[in-house]
Design a protein around this ligand. Structure first.
Ligand SMILES: NC(=O)c1ccc[n+]([C@@H]2O[C@H](COP(=O)([O-])OP(=O)(O)OC[C@H]3O[C@@H](n4cnc5c(N)ncnc54)[C@H](OP(=O)(O)O)[C@@H]3O)[C@@H](O)[C@H]2O)c1
Length: 228
């Protein structure tokens, strides 16, 4: 059990994020459930357990992110685990993709993860401990040919690059890794997907609890390292 540890999960109100929140709560973490709609998520957090609290965390712009980081830090001065889970899937083909639409995907899928990773990893260094898990996708892997929708693949490849550079930037007991959850039955994945949200969350929860001798700066699926 990790009863003294605090985990922040972005996009924790539904889909894979919600399954991660529930899994971490069951493992004894105090979980901060990041969401955009605080009114519905407060009741949701309460229904999961006494160790889950909802906080407003809109990742759409620099201003909303910085405001949220400041509010979260006031309430929870020590975050041990950060799960950058929130994401959007923009499916406009590359030939018609506007710069604005690409930027919007980059904001949530990449820049938000960068700002949160930088802020909380700096704090984790002072605390001597931290685990950061970036929920990426095989569609963001060069090794898989970047075959997903254009804005999604570009933003997830950026998230992967950020993961590697961030991991290279911190020494000590700070582990920063990325993972692909597989094809998961959520609003994003659709109902034909092959995995439940709980199955999609499994590797992220495992990465959140890595030991001190575990790797950092790697990409995982099904608890096994995969190529970037
Ligand atoms: N499902 C799959 O098959 C699959 C496969 C590979 C990777 N992934 C990745 O897994 C992660 C979770 O996906 P999912 O399938 O659970 O998706 P989902 O069901 O569509 O949920 C997306 C979550 O992200 C939040 N979100 C989106 N934009 C946000 C923003 N600007 N600010 C704050 N929160 C925002 C949503 O909040 P609201 O409720 O407020 O919209 C929601 O909580 C994503 O990063 C996705 O790319 C999913």
């Amino acid at each position: 059990m990790n009863n003294n540890k605090v985990a922040l999960v972005t996009g924790g109100n539904r889909g894979i994020g919600l399954a991660i929140v529930k899994g971490l709560s069951e493992h004894g973490f105090n979980v901060v459930l990041g969401c955009r709609d605080i009114n519905t998520s407060e009741a949701l957090a309460k229904s999961i357990g006494a160790n889950v609290v909802a906080v407003e965390l809109d990742l759409s712009s620099y201003d909303t992110r910085q405001r949220a980081i400041s509010n979260i830090t006031k309430r929870f001065p020590k975050i041990d685990v950060l799960i950058n889970n929130a994401g959007v899937l923009e499916d406009t083909p590359f030939t018609e993709l506007s710069s604005e639409a690409l930027m919007s995907s980059m904001q949530t899928n990449a820049f938000a993860a960068f700002e949160l990773t930088q802020y909380f990893a700096n704090q984790m260094v002072s605390n001597g401990y931290g685990r950061i898990v970036n929920i990426s996708s095989g569609w963001g892997a060069f090794s898989d040919g970047l075959t997903g929708p254009a804005a999604y693949s570009i933003s997830k490849a950026t998230l992967n690059a950020m993961t590697k550079v961030a991991a290279n930037s911190y020494n000590g007991d700070i582990k920063i890794n990325a993972m692909c959850p597989g094809w998961v039955r959520t609003d994003m994945g659709g109902m034909s997907a092959t995995r439940s949200p709980e199955e999609g969350a499994e590797t992220a929860i495992w990465l959140a609890m890595l030991g001190s001798d575990a790797p950092t700066g790697q990409f995982f699926r099904d608890k096994k390292q995969i190529d970037w």
